[in-house]
Design a protein around this ligand. Structure first.
Ligand code: NAP
Length: 253
C-alpha cells in the first residue's frame, strides 16, 4: 500500500467559486495536498489566495461570470499560459433561487441552470479536450447536492440543476474513462455557507434540519477536504461516475 496515493504535488487544479464556502475549503485542501490552484471567481478571492500562498502553492486569480460559457476558452488559455498544465477541475460555482413552483420565474430557472449545470458541462468538455491532448488523464469533480437525490422545497431549478449534475457526471465518466479521465461528484449535505444562510436563520427549518442529520451538526467547508483530495488523486483511479455524499448521514436516514 502506497501512502503517497493522495499526493498532488506538481499538479494544477481549477476550482470555480473558491472565494468562500465549500469552494474555498476544497481549494485549500487541494493546495495542502500539493496542487497549485487556478481560482475562477466573480469576486476577489483575497482570503483564499493568501491561504493557498501561505501553504507554499501558487494561486492564479481569474475572474469570470460562469453564467456565460463564452468565458471558458479564455479561462483555459490564461490558465495554461501561466501554469502550463491542467490536471484537475472542480466545478463548484453554484447558486440557488427560492420561490414556490407556481410563482417560479424564467430568469430564476435559466440563471441557476446556466451556472450550476451548463457551465459545468462546457468547462468539463474544455478540460477533457485538454487532458486528452496532454495524454496524462485528469480528474473532474462536480458538486452535486442532496437535491440530486431528493426533491427539496421551493427550489425547483436548483433541484433540476443538481439532479442534472449527477446524471451528467455518469454520462461524462462513461465517455472519458478510457482516456484516463475520472469524472465524479461530491454531494454535500447541509453545510454552513452563504448558500444556506437563509435556512440557518429560519429557527424552525434549522431545528428540523439538525434533528434529521445523524451527526447532529451542519457540515463545514473543511468536511470537503478528504473527499475532494481522494477524487482528485490517484487514490480514486478506479472510481468513475460516482456521486459521493458528504452529508453527516442525511441520506442514510
Ligand atoms: P456560497 O458560499 O454561496 O459559494 C458559492 C460560490 O460560487 C462563490 O464562490 C461564488 O462566487 C460562486 N459563484 C456563484 N455564481 C457564480 C458565477 N456566476 N460565476 C462565478 N462564480 C460564481 O455557497 P457554497 O455552499 O459554498 O456552494 C458551493 C457549491 O456547493 C455550490 O455548487 C452549491 O450549490 C453546492 N452545495 C452547497 C450546499 C450547502 O449546504 N452549502 C449543499 C449542497 C451543494 P461569487 O461570490 O464571486 O459570486
Amino acid at each position: 500500500m502506497q501512502f503517497d496515493l493522495f499526493q498532488l504535488k506538481g499538479q494544477v487544479a481549477i476550482v470555480t467559486g473558491c472565494n468562500t464556502g465549500l469552494g474555498q475549503g476544497m481549494a485549500l485542501a487541494l493546495a495542502q495536498a500539493g496542487a497549485d490552484i487556478v481560482g475562477v471567481n466573480q469576486s476577489a478571492p483575497t482570503e483564499t489566495r493568501a491561504q493557498v500562498e501561505a501553504l507554499g502553492r501558487r494561486f492564479l486569480d481569474l475572474r469570470a461570470d460562469m453564467a456565460d460559457i463564452g468565458c471558458i476558452p479564455g479561462l483555459l488559455t490564461q490558465a495554461l499560459a501561466l501554469t502550463g498544465r491542467i490536471d484537475i477541475l472542480v466545478n463548484n460555482a453554484g447558486i440557488i433561487r427560492r420561490a414556490d413552483a407556481l410563482q417560479f420565474g424564467e430568469a430564476d430557472w435559466d440563471e441557476v441552470l446556466n451556472v450550476n449545470l451548463k457551465s459545468a458541462f462546457f468547462f468539463s468538455q474544455a478540460v477533457a479536450r485538454h487532458c486528452m491532448a496532454q495524454g496524462r488523464g485528469g480528474k473532474i469533480i462536480n458538486v452535486a447536492s442532496m437535491l440530486s437525490f431528493q426533491g427539496g422545497v421551493r427550489v425547483p431549478s436548483y433541484t433540476a440543476s443538481k439532479s442534472g449534475v449527477m446524471g451528467m457526471t455518469k454520462a461524462l465518466a462513461n465517455e472519458w474513462a478510457a482516456h484516463g479521465i475520472n469524472v465524479n461528484a461530491i454531494a454535500p449535505g447541509y453545510m454552513a455557507t452563504n448558500n444556506t444562510a437563509a435556512l440557518r436563520a429560519d429557527e424552525s427549518r434549522n431545528a428540523a434540519i439538525l434533528a434529521r442529520i445523524p451527526t447532529g451538526r451542519w457540515g463545514e467547508p473543511s468536511d470537503m477536504a478528504g473527499p475532494v483530495v481522494f477524487l482528485a488523486s490517484q487514490a480514486s483511479n478506479y472510481v468513475n461516475g460516482y456521486t459521493l455524499a458528504v452529508d453527516g448521514g442525511w441520506l442514510a436516514r
